[in-house]
Design a protein around this ligand. Sequence first.
Ligand SMILES: C[S@@+](CC[C@H](N)C(=O)[O-])C[C@H]1O[C@@H](n2cnc3c(N)ncnc32)[C@H](O)[C@@H]1O
Length: 333
Amino acid sequence: MRGPQGILRLGTSFWASRVLLSAVELGVFTELAGGALEGATLAARLGLHARGARDFLDALVALGLLRKKDGRYRNAPACDAFLDRRKPAYLGGLLEMCGVRLFAHWAHLTEALRSGQPQNEAKNGGEAFEQLYADPQALRTFLSAMTGASMSASRALAARFPWRRYRQFADIGCAQGSTAVQLVKAHPHLQGLGFDLPVVQPLFEEYVSGFGLNGRLQFVGGDFFAAPLPSAEVLLMVQILHDWDLDKKQLLLSKAHAALPPGGTLIVVDAMIDDERRRNAFALLMSLNMLIETSGGFDYSAADCSSWLKRAGFRQVRRRALAGPYSMVVGTR
Ligand SMILES: C[S@@+](CC[C@H](N)C(=O)[O-])C[C@H]1O[C@@H](n2cnc3c(N)ncnc32)[C@H](O)[C@@H]1O
């Protein structure tokens, strides 16, 4: 166990988390991407009051997110690469959403644990996606957050699946299209289709055209509960199943089975809990995030997922670790 210091550090770790989220919200890393700045200049550009500015910037140094030399601050290398809004590798979308939505919603975790009810925009009824997507800025923030959340798993998926044997795929619940972009960038022979709610289309097209990939990635709008799924040699469900209760998970898997040609492949990706449910803390916390965010969603182990695929009729069901807490379960129709 951690000892008293470790316990207190964990209990107050939301302080550090909030400092990072505010730094992303304020654009600290984007401002410093142009080069090192004096503290007073940086604080003025960010619009910070003098009282907290020095402690805030020095806390970022102590947390390893900034460097300081001769009174001038600059980005740590990873923050420069991934938290500068102007770089294509920007991953801060997820942190922006944590800052403006999830940080406040998680304050109600105890209530969620007692009631089993979501604590987000859907707290007073309705589905989270409907409520979120009614607000264009919330939609944009959410889709960009998904890009940040799934980027490392998408890159690993591009590297760890034998894509040379396939010509096309459909990404079910594609959001902005970040997984599809990573796959076609890595495999020039591939063509892809992104399927999501129609309201997502303009943001998918904007993101994909930013990579010059419109000719290889197409969008199809639809509701995956109401419409048949598109057909392709490979269907992907990246961070889709964890949004839904078990009946809806099983329904989506059956629909995937029906949409695939014989010999076609389904790939399910999520932060999967280890089978013994004792090590993958990120996946367990993600599952609690589904408690906060959805009416019935939960994360699951690769063993759970494999059994659901087999129940839906898939054969040769296998699993493979992707990046960090993420894994994939693959099945053949
Ligand atoms: C958690 S996000 C995952 C996005 C993306 N696959 C990723 O991992 O970055 C779930 C996606 O499912 C989409 N979605 C939710 N309900 C849907 C529905 N009924 N039909 C089609 N797509 C839906 C959302 O718009 C969102 O893009």
